[in-house]
Design a protein around this ligand. Structure first.
Ligand code: PEP
Length: 239
């Protein structure tokens, strides 16, 4: 498998604008990498249909899922609903959700639900600016991985330093390399599997070639730069 590029549209492009963006990406994507687009729930079905109609290798992912299988959970979307419409991946534990109060036990339950429902979870982990400044990155990651994973065989981890998301800042390439090695070793000791580790946080067409060239980087998770076809496609080409 080549490198993995995930576009996280967050709470943007949830209607005709999202479908127009996807059409451009599908039309021009020529990469050998695995591309996963995570739009808002509102257009997930249409995204899957378009991808299938165009026989594109792009995959559809969700930005979150419920820990519950079904029932009285107003506003929640279950893994079963996602997989029924053709969604193959789901982001879990994104820092923006953690800031809204999502904790490790909830994240663990969502990871378990995704695995049991046959949708690949992508667990997001990362340290705050304060933790980074105090040299606590590994400690924070170890805690997050241990508490969220337990021994669940999650294959995809996104390392997203909170201070790098949407800030234009990134760790040095050497730091990313070291931290990805640390995450791989930790996850392997917890689950027995060596995961794919993606880097996320201010990835742009300008820095993506260097980041993706790092051996321990299996892909990138892109927020802001995934909202324009041109910048997202350029990141794909750099893979
Ligand atoms: C993100 O929030 O997952 C992200 C990587 O955002 P950005 O690329 O905008 O930093």
């Amino acid at each position: 498998m080549g490198k993995i590029i995930i576009g996280n549209w967050k709470m943007n492009k949830g209607g005709a604008d999202g479908i127009a963006l996807l059409k451009k990406i599908v039309q021009e994507a020529t990469t050998s990498c695995k591309v996963i687009i995570c739009p808002p729930y509102t257009i997930l079905r249409e995204v899957v249909d378009l991808i299938q109609k165009k026989q594109s290798s792009i995959l559809a992912g969700a930005q979150d899922c419920s820990a519950f299988v079904q029932g009285a959970h107003t506003g929640e979307v279950s893994v079963g609903i996602l997989s029924d419409i053709g969604v193959t991946h789901v982001l879990i534990g994104h820092s923006e959700r953690r800031q809204m109060g999502e904790g490790a036990s909830q994240i663990h339950a969502k990871l378990k639900a995704a695995l049991e429902g046959g949708v690949h979870p992508v667990l997001c982990v990362g340290e705050s600016a304060k933790d980074y400044a105090q040299g606590l990155t590994n400690k924070v990651l170890e805690k997050e991985l241990t508490e969220c994973l337990g021994n669940l065989p999650v294959q995809f981890i996104a390392y997203e330093p909170l201070w790098a998301i949407g800030s234009g800042k990134t760790p040095s390439w050497a730091e990313i390399g070291r931290i990805h090695d640390f995450i791989k070793a930790k996850v392997q000791s917890l689950t027995g599997y060596k995961p794919k580790v993606l880097y996320g946080g201010s990835v742009t067409p300008m820095n993506s070639a260097e980041i993706l060239a790092l051996e321990t980087v299996d892909g990138v998770l892109v927020g802001g730069a995934s909202l324009e076809a041109e910048s997202f496609l350029k990141i794909g080409k750099n893979a």
